[in-house]
Design a protein around this ligand. Structure first.
Ligand code: FMN
Length: 337
C-alpha cells in the first residue's frame, strides 16, 4: 500500500531520477527500512556453493552498481545482495536518456553501459557498510578496453574484490557494452574461464579461501550455445551460472512507443525467454553446477517457477521497481519448502 503511493509519485519522474531518489530515500530510513521487510523465517536458509544464504531471494546486479545501498537493501529482507557491475576504472556509461519504463508491460529497457565509480570506490563503500551477509560482486570490463584485452579487466577486478566478496560474478552478457557478449562464444569463453579460474586458484591459496566464481549469461542464446556454455562451465569447474541478463529481443513489446529503444529489456516480457535458458542449462548440467534464476520475476509464483526450472536461488530487479518491497516477502514465502 505504502509502495503503491510512493510508486505513483516516482513513476512521474524520469526513470533514472526515480531510481536514485528511491534508493536514497530507502537509505535515509536506515535500520527503519527493516519495517518494510520481513525478518528471517524458519526453513528459508539454503546452502549453495558452500555459502549459507539466509533466504534464496537476492537483489540482481545493476540496482546498486557502486555498493551504496547494501545495508538498506538487506534490511528489506533480501537474502543476498549482488553489487556492480563494477569495472576497473570509473566510467560514465552511455548518454542519457538510457533507462525507459514500459509500464503496460511491467518492463524496463536500459542501455546504461556499466556506469560506475570504479572498483576502488566500490570497495570503500563496502568497507563503510555494516552488512555481514552474503555479498556478491559482479565484475565487467571498461568500455574502452578492447575485447582482446577483456581478461585483463576481469582479472584486475577479481584481484581487487576477492577478499570482500562472498562470491564473484563474471558478467559477459550485458548488451550495452560493445561486443561484450562475444565473450560467451566457445573459444573466447574457454580462454577467459581458463584465465579466471587459474587466478582464482592462486587467490584461494593466498587468502586461504576459495570464493565461488559465477558466470552470468544472456537470454538470447540458442540451444547449441547453451550446451557449449554448460560444457565449458563443467570443464573449468565454474561454481555457478546466473541465468539471465536482459534481452535484445523486442517481439514481446512490439508496438509499444518505447519498444524499439536500444538496450536490454527486463521484467515480465523477459520471463519466458530467461526461464527457458535456465531450464536448458539445468537439463545440460544435471545438478552439477548450481543455477541462479533471474529475469521477469513479478510474483511469488514466478520465483517458484525459476526454482522448478532448476534454480537454487533467484534474483530480482525490475519486479522490485514495479512491486516494491512486498515482492521480496511474497517470493520468499513462495519458496518455502
Ligand atoms: C537498469 C538495469 C541495470 C542493470 N545493470 C546490470 C549490471 O550492471 N550488471 C548485470 O549483470 N546485470 C544488470 N542488469 C540485469 C539484471 O541484473 C537482471 O539480470 C535482468 O534485469 C533480469 O531480471 P529482472 O527481469 O528481474 O529485471 C540490469 C538491469 C536493469 C533493469
Amino acid at each position: 500500500m505504502l509502495y503503491t503511493l510512493a510508486r505513483k509519485a516516482l513513476f512521474r519522474l524520469d526513470p533514472e531520477t526515480a531510481h536514485d531518489l528511491a534508493l536514497k530515500s530507502l537509505s535515509a530510513l536506515g535500520p527503519g527500512a527493516a519495517l518494510l521487510g520481513a525478518g528471517a523465517g524458519a526453513g528459508e536458509a539454503r546452502r549453495v556453493m558452500g555459502i549459507d544464504f539466509p533466504n534464496p531471494v537476492g537483489v540482481a546486479a545493476g540496482l546498486d552498481k557502486n555498493g551504496e545501498y547494501i545495508d538498506a537493501l538487506s534490511a528489506l529482507g533480501f537474502g543476498f545482495v549482488e553489487v556492480g557491475t563494477v569495472t576497473p576504472r570509473p566510467q560514465p556509461g552511455n548518454p542519457k536518456p538510457r533507462l525507459f519504463r514500459l509500464e503496460e508491460h511491467e518492463a524496463l529497457i536500459n542501455r546504461l553501459g556499466f556506469n560506475n565509480h570504479g572498483v576502488e570506490k566500490l570497495l570503500r563503500n563496502i568497507e563503510r557498510s555494516s552488512f555481514r551477509g552474503v555479498l556478491g560482486i559482479n565484475i565487467g570490463k571498461n568500455a574502452d578496453t578492447p575485447l582482446e584485452r577483456a581478461a585483463d579487466d576481469y582479472l584486475a577486478c577479481l584481484d581487487a574484490v576477492y577478499a570482500r566478496a562472498s562470491y564473484v560474478t563474471v558478467n559477459i552478457s550485458s548488451p550495452n557494452t560493445k561486443d561484450l557478449r562475444q565473450l560467451q562464444s566457445g573459444e573466447r569463453l574457454d580462454a577467459l574461464l581458463g584465465a579466471l579460474m587459474g587466478r582464482r586458484s592462486e587467490l584461494a591459496r593466498r587468502h586461504g579461501v576459495a570464493r565461488p566464481l559465477l558466470v552470468k549469461v544472456a537470454p538470447d542464446l540458442d540451444d547449441g550455445q547453451i550446451e557449449a556454455i554448460a560444457g565449458l562451465a563443467l570443464a573449468h569447474g565454474v561454481d555457478g551460472l546466473i541465468a539471465t541478463n536482459t534481452t535484445v529481443d523486442r517481439e514481446s513489446v512490439a508496438g509499444h512507443r518505447l519498444g524499439q529503444e536500444g538496450g536490454g529489456l527486463s521484467g515480465k516480457p523477459l520471463f519466458a525467454r530467461s526461464t527457458r535458458v535456465l531450464a536448458r542449462l539445468a537439463a545440460a548440467l544435471q545438478g552439477r553446477v548450481p543455477l541462479v534464476g533471474v529475469g521477469g520475476i513479478l510474483s511469488g509464483a514466478d520465483a517458484r517457477a525459476k526454482i522448478d526450472a532448476g534454480a537454487s536461488l533467484v534474483q530480482i530487479y525490475t519486479g522490485f521497481i514495479y512491486r516494491g518491497p512486498a515482492l521480496i516477502g511474497e517470493a520468499r514465502k513462495a519458496l518455502l519448502p
